[in-house]
Ligand binder design. Sequence first.
Ligand SMILES: [Zn+2]
Length: 319
Amino acid sequence: MPTVQTVEGPVAADELGVVLIHEHLRFRDEAVAVQWPDRYDEEAELEAALAAVGAAKSRGVQTIVDPTAMFGGRDVRFMARVAEQTGVRVIACTGIYSYDYLPHYFENRDVDVMAEHFVADLQDGVQGSDIKAAFLKCAADAPGVTEHVEKIHRAIARASVQTGAPIMAHSMPAVATGPRQVEIFEQEGADLSRVQIAHCGDTEDVDYIEGLIDKGVYVGLDRYGLEMFLPIAKRNATTAELLRRGHAERLMISQDYCATIDWYPPEAEQVFESQGAIRNWSMTLVFDEVVPALREQGVMDEDTFRTILVENPRRWLTA
Ligand SMILES: [Zn+2]
């Protein structure tokens, strides 16, 4: 049985159980957090992460995949504290979360040097710890696949080829970044059956999503509760149609929930909720509302649930 690296060390793949494939224990800008640490309350952040993960655990979740990379404030020691205190396994990544900006450090070094940084995180450990990353993360958003974004994608793909680690790519269906992202991975020789294109559930265009699935990748229907991109009912309609078309083995369902996020002032969450920009956004929404709705539509039986929440994550993580 292959093993998967968690923040508490390697675990047999068949012990991962029910997996939330895309949730953030904490999301913050590491530069701001380093320069103005007094603006952050680390204990409150930990409490929020423990509450969110504890709630997920109460719904049967045994493992959380946290794709927080560089620029999202990745902190594997924080993740390890949450894993220890909740008993839920946490899986960390390496990579760069940028829609375009690249530090001069990486701008003036080539793709292979960037890839070496990722490989070190996968093989030696992250941030001076012996906690190893288990997968690679990159992103493309509204600006599209810019020169810098392409460079990151190529480095991610090369690190995957060298190590066998799977790839998760944040995408933006509204500007159709997915096909170009997949094309770059393919050009670099990455195994597309180990690639996950995140945030495909932000569109109702089932044919667009199916076009990606036809390339052999996994697609993330992973932002349940973020109504600003697409409301839950429309997300469910997309998920149901993909299931009817027989794609259960390529789907990942999650919430992209951030237990805390510093992008907005603290009062924003309530404003967003009252404006309908988010609704019941949490680490339990999938279990409380989405799975029951899909069951009612007759597309989510026990086997399908296991395929999407147990087997797909395991297969993506281990080949
Ligand atoms: Zn995310």
